[in-house]
Design a protein around this ligand. Structure first.
Ligand code: GLC
Length: 568
């Protein structure tokens, strides 16, 4: 790692108080969705000062870093993933000074700050896209985006059959001309042309702008999508958004093209110029893991979200994903990550309480769908969380997950804001249910989210019982479970340990990790509890048995651990 601290123009933001080398290999990273975390201004939309005010919660929880979803100037058509200025703060969320303050305070509390980089597209209100529309076809302005001539005699048929991730066509026609522009997401999110030097230079500058301010890294949005197949071929619609290979062995021309890796190598050389190990994290729905591991080769990104782990259901699948991840990331020298929730997926309490726990990302659960069983879901979710928090590597937690927050599955249609809902003509509920503002204080307006009681999405009244202040002093709460697990994880250095499977039967996963033995009973029958000192349990334990859907951590006998170390 070369050090050019001269680039860091804000010495107070230098993470000298933070833990040292390779911090990201073992880090617990907490995703903040700014519009729903804390609202200081009282307008019902969370903001940066609202985050700064609540950093104590994160320090107590013991997280090493936060990742902030976008807070940049944006028309907010896709909750800020439609960026109109990559180097600013939307007044909705505060000012650049508020961001500096947040960064400084977080660093002083030992928390690193990762921000979202949205390089696949801009907003249609970005000055470059306005200029592109105003310019002639085939002009340099248009060449920064992906414009193509339509098919048919007058060019009134889209250039190919690609569909948007948010449903509907991935092309929008420019007026009644024969020109169309590509948007893999909403029509207000035109895709950049990454073979254009202006685009590459723009993002070099964006990285440096935020690195100079002192951020600790970037979560790279839609990393798999930056480069499209050169000839833009038609492709069977049902496999266009597949994460892996189609049955005929081909892959979608939109995703995971080899050209993306050159971009990541370019960015890696930029972040490596800075001190303090600034990181890049890939948001890439790419399967199998061996292909995703290519994103975290030594000269590319540091980590990739492990969505295969999020999607795994049941003991056998979870074990396979753990093995595959440790093996494949191990091959390229990268840590595995583990994740159960984010702002695009149904919260795991509700997923695991559903008749169909395999709800794909982006789809959501609406009031007309079969409703999840909250009690069953919470029990399963706590068991899987306790399993995840013991795994070696880096763990991601999505805000509210530590409260055992369920999805809001009965949100009324009139409140929905996700473009998926509109583009699918109300047939897909979308992601709003996972984005509802957090409940902090049971007996305060908007459960303490905002001082006025305003909340951009309504919070279910049942959230009173699970507000953070109620859980904080309850040793059996989900918040206490997460807090204890993270504390033990750090103290026993589980993030750096290696995992060894131990004999188990049926739906029980049993492994040793450092001095801890984990038993995750993910089945519906109790199983015997081995001798040992219990340091963590996701549910009550009685009669020397681990009940169904319960994970237990035991402290292993120190001499046995020592003998094992000697054998290595
Ligand atoms: C990513 C984000 C998602 C967003 C999309 C388009 O998948 O996580 O929220 O809508 O990219 O930027």
């Amino acid at each position: 790692m070369t050090s050019t601290s001269g680039n860091n123009q804000n010495p107070s933001a230098e993470p000298h108080l933070l833990p040292a080398a390779d911090w990201w290999r073992r880090a617990v990273i907490y995703q903040i969705y700014p519009r729903s975390f804390g609202d200081a201004s009282g307008d019902g939309i969370g903001d940066l000062p609202g985050i700064t005010e609540r950093l104590d919660h994160l320090e107590r929880l013991g997280v090493d870093a936060v990742w902030l979803s976008p807070f940049y100037p944006s028309p907010q058509n896709d909750a800020g993933y439609d960026v109109s200025d990559f180097c600013g703060v939307d007044p909705l969320f505060g000012t650049i000074e508020d961001f500096r303050e947040l960064l400084e305070r977080a660093h002083a509390q030992g928390i690193r700050v990762i921000i979202d980089l949205v390089p696949n597209h801009s907003s249609n209100e970005h000055p470059w896209f306005r200029a592109a529309l105003a310019a002639a076809p085939h002009s340099p302005e248009r060449n920064r985006y992906i414009f193509r001539t339509g098919r048919g005699a007058s060019g009134d048929v889209a250039p190919n059959n690609w569909e948007s991730v948010f449903a509907g066509p991935a092309w929008t026609r420019v007026g009644d001309s024969d020109q169309w522009y590509l948007h893999l997401f909403d029509s207000s999110q035109p895709d950049f042309n990454w073979s254009n030097a202006d685009v590459r230079d723009l993002f070099d500058g964006v990285l440096r702008f935020w690195l100079d301010l002192g951020v600790d890294g970037f979560r790279v949005d839609v990393a798999r999508g930056l480069v499209k197949a050169a000839d833009f071929p038609d492709y069977p619609v049902e496999y266009q958004h597949a994460h892996g290979f189609a049955p005929d062995g081909t892959r979608s021309p939109m995703w995971d093209n080899d050209g993306v890796h050159e971009i990541f190598r370019r960015w890696r050389s930029i972040v490596d110029e800075y001190d303090g190990e600034r990181i890049l994290v890939a948001e890439a729905y790419v399967e199998p893991v061996s292909r995703l591991a290519r994103y975290v080769r030594p000269d590319e990104m540091h980590q990739a979200f492990n969505f295969a782990f999020l999607a795994a259901v049941g003991a056998a699948e979870i074990r396979d994903v753990i093995d595959e991840s440790l093996r494949e990331y191990g091959h390229v020298g990268a840590p595995s990550t583990w994740v159960l929730n984010n702002h695009d997926n149904v919260r795991h309490v509700s997923r695991l309480g559903s008749a169909n726990p395999r709800i794909p990302n982006g789809v959501g659960i609406g009031p007309r769908d079969l409703q999840p069983d909250h009690e069953v879901g919470l029990r399963r979710a706590r068991a899987v969380s306790a399993l995840m928090l013991a795994l070696p590597g880096s763990v991601y937690i999505y805000q509210g997950e530590e409260l055992g927050l369920p999805e809001h599955t009965t949100l009324e249609d009139r409140h929905r804001q996700d473009p998926t809902w509109y583009r699918s003509a109300g047939t897909i509920a979308g992601r709003d249910g996972s984005r509802v503002p957090l409940p902090w204080i049971a007996d305060a307006p908007a459960f303490g989210f905002s001082p006025t009681g305003a909340s951009w999405l309504p919070q279910p009244s049942t959230w009173r019982e699970i507000a953070a202040d109620v859980q904080r002093h309850d040793p059996d709460s989900t918040l206490s479970l997460y807090q204890s697990a993270i504390e033990i994880r750090h103290r026993q250095e589980l993030g750096d340990a290696s995992l060894r499977w131990l004999d188990s039967e049926g739906d029980v996963l049993r492994f040793a990790v450092g001095p801890i033995e984990v038993l995750a009973n993910l089945g519906e029958e109790p199983c015997p509890l081995p001798a040992g000192h219990i340091v963590l349990a996701s549910a009550d334990i009685a009669d020397a048995q681990i009940p169904a859907q319960t994970t237990v951590w035991l402290l292993r006998d120190a001499s046995a651990v020592e003998r094992e170390e000697e054998k290595k």
